[in-house]
Design a protein around this ligand. Sequence first.
Ligand SMILES: Cc1ncc(C[n+]2csc(CCO)c2C)c(N)n1
Length: 219
Amino acid sequence: MTLTDNMRTAADELFTASFNHPFITELTTGNLPMDRFRFYLKQDAYYLKEFSRLHHLLALQLAEPADVKFLEAEANGLNNSEQDVRKEFFQQLQITADELTNTPMAPNTYNYVTHMEHELATNPAQGAAALLPCYWLYNQIGERLVQQSSPVKIYQQFIDTYASPEFTIATNTMIDIVDRLGEETTSVVQSAMITAFLRSSYFELNFWQTAYDEATWPF
Ligand SMILES: Cc1ncc(C[n+]2csc(CCO)c2C)c(N)n1
């Protein structure tokens, strides 16, 4: 078993809860209220900005040129059309720059990005482990959902973003980076990497729940 196999096994219940979350299942039935999808997209704009910043920071700490190149490409959105697709979604749903500015980070988004920052500030191996569920979970969701089509065009477009062969390659590259960083470190850091992965998987699950509840701060 590789370290990432251990991570994935440890997070299996969290991943399965994401696969079965009503936010996900209602994407394919088409029953997901559009306001909840809008809420998700606005929160995800914060997440994606931070994701890009953290990839640049992680790249600065890695020695292998191919890893640096991959992380920089992901940070710049070159390996996927995610950023372009999101711009188009914002236009379709009339989410303006003003609306984004006036929407605060919800508690779970704040916790998730703070967690990733903390792990990366501790060491690159834990930082990479904290970033991995983002790829792995969405890739596995994409694989599952693409078999069922959605009657709602924008939901289908969202699913298609994560079901491409290029995205599977990017996911496998990130898995490989995390495994190599794990091999170069101590067993104490390896355990911390598993915890970092589990916590990110937990925040990923709560990302759907937060959007489903449109949950924000109580003050
Ligand atoms: C909360 C949240 N988690 C994961 C993703 C998916 N994602 C974001 S960046 C990236 C790498 C792109 O190649 C992936 C897979 C998301 N959008 N929002």
